[in-house]
Design a protein around this ligand. Sequence first.
Ligand SMILES: [Zn+2]
Length: 291
Amino acid sequence: MDARKLARFDGAEHMLACPICGGALARADQRLCCPAGHSFDIARQGYANLLRNQGSQQHYDRASFAMRRRVFQSGLYDAIAHTIAELASSAVEQLETRDAEQAGRLAIVDAGCGEGFFSRAIRAACDAPLCAFDISRDSIQLAATTDPCDNIVWLVADLATIPVQTGCAACVLDIFSPANYRAFARVLAQGGCIIKAIPTAQHLKEIRQLASSRLKHDTYSNQRIIDHFARFCHIEHRCTVSTTLELDDDVRDALVAMTPMLFNVDTAGMGWAALERATVEAEIVVGVPRR
Ligand SMILES: [Zn+2]
């Protein structure tokens, strides 16, 4: 196996927890092992699958993650990624300033990382230990195979049993992805935060307008999600980040195909050629769990 891909798991014993017993997971050759004897293979692509029940329901397949990647490469999500990377770096810095003994040990956890676009952006901005996981093996395989760096820990894992040690993370990222705030709070160090990105009503408004006659709800509000977040967390920071770009044909096709708004909608005969540009807009909230 490629030594650089194995090296991603060096030092895992400071960050990873066995999903079965909670013991520290350390790399032993091409496996991750806990002191109680549970062990997990490191796949040759450079990730480990920690799911106990294999073959869980997958909402996306390989082709859809490849399309998502095409959209990410268009630049539509760059401003959001940049903002999140800055917020994550400053979360790490703040905690390290408060407790110098923690320097170099506090982790960033990307929960529901998909094909890894935001993790890679964070890695470029900050060198804290970074664990990125998703329940979809296809997405993690794509992320691990194409990741040029040797220091992101890619895992197949689920939200309820985050395979990260209690209290070791400076921040948990929850970007356009489901949340489990109790599980997030467990892995956070005292003072650590959740950084959550939520689409706004303006997000992909051009697609919403074109498809409005076929959508069940032609308006969208993120208020319920924000309210839920605020019940679990004290909100410390909020901002809205927006990007509008002209689309070329293949980005437009990929965007239409990957947009959850259009899942289960009959889009036959839609005039997508009229979709010349798209707006991507997210509200980013940073919160510290109420304890
Ligand atoms: Zn174990």
